[in-house]
Design a binder for this molecule. Structure first.
Ligand code: SAM
Length: 293
């Protein structure tokens, strides 16, 4: 195995010029040019030679080189066909890397994990394209892909939303969804000058360690998430009105009020005050009304 050659501005510029590469804004291309940040991501992901890593958006292969050093196997999915010849070049020294030229949102990752890792849990590591952060992460969770952990660079504001709890302005449907499936931990904040070109927003590395079992018992996950979304759709409204106004839910105002009171909360409470445990209790209580025949 050889040492990573990328991860600094000079070598990145050299490769980009060699292939006359032009950045595509629509693909959220901001390449990492800081070896300290790369080391931090690899350490936080706790990769061993036993692991298969899925990398989303390898770019020119900077982080892929680091991942290939640490992991048993790396599968990297890149949408931009102009990057494929570059990746063949920068990763030529690594035999444990497979590149797939595909839109990650269209890929059957469950099937990939089965084929490449015999269904054992994989680790996902990426400097994500920010425009599709939520669909990528929720896709992994909701499709029940066997994943042990997800260590990713995201927009700082999104990392804050994933990690925060009730009473915070960033708390919302994303916080609850992430915390239902995983334990979030912000590893580091990363400034724009660690990327080329520089993004307009701050970034953060977050590690999501997936739960083996969800931390709360829920009779109907879909119902709980419909309730959560309805509660935050109209942040300024009370929880009673938020749930009553939703076209996805068909509970009466009396049923909703009774369910909220069963939590020991008053009728003026807002969704943003409820914990994941309380949303689970609320949805289990309301579930009775959709199954009372
Ligand atoms: N990993 C590289 C690095 O850290 O330098 C590049 C990260 S860059 C923020 C995001 C990468 O994701 C780009 O290479 C982009 O082309 C790729 N990408 C964007 N949308 C994608 C999609 N739907 N499926 C797969 N890759 C995608």
């Amino acid at each position: 195995m050889s040492k990573p050659t990328l991860g600094n501005p000079q070598n990145t510029i050299e490769i980009l010029q060699k292939y006359n590469f032009t950045f595509q804004k629509k693909f959220g291309q901001n390449f990492l040019i800081d070896t300290h940040v790369l080391d931090k991501i690899i350490r936080a992901a706790e990769i061993t030679k036993e692991d298969m890593v899925l990398e989303i958006g390898p770019g020119i292969g900077t982080m892929t080189q680091y991942l290939a050093e640490a992991a048993g196997k790396v599968v990297a999915v890149e949408i931009d066909k102009n990057l494929i010849p570059i990746l063949s070049d920068t990763l030529s020294a690594y035999e444990n890397v497979t590149i797939i030229n595909e839109d990650v949102l269209k890929l059957d990752i469950q099937k990939l994990a089965n084929e490449e890792n015999q269904g054992r849990p994989i680790k996902v590591v990426a400097n994500l394209p920010y425009y599709i952060t939520t669909p990528i992460i929720m896709g992994l969770f909701e499709n029940h892909v066997p994943v042990e952990s997800i260590t990713v660079m995201v927009q700082k504001e999104v990392a804050d939303r994933m990690q925060t709890g009730p009473g915070n302005k960033d708390y919302g449907a994303l916080s609850l969804a992430v915390q239902y499936y995983a334990e979030p931990y912000i590893v580091a904040n990363v400034p724009p000058n660690c990327f080329m070109p520089r993004p307009k927003v701050g970034s953060a590395v977050i590690r999501l360690t997936c739960h083996e079992q969800p931390p709360v018992e829920v009779k109907d996950e879909r119902l709980m998430f419909d309730i959560i979304r309805a509660s935050f759709n109209q942040r300024r409204k009370t929880l009673v009105n938020g749930l009553n106004n939703s076209d996805k839910l068909s509970f009466s105002k009396e049923e909703i009020t009774e369910a909220i009171e069963s939590l020991g909360k008053g009728s003026s409470v807002r969704g943003e005050a409820l914990t994941l445990e309380e949303f689970a209790e609320l949805s289990n209580y309301l579930w009775k009304y959709s199954h009372n025949d």
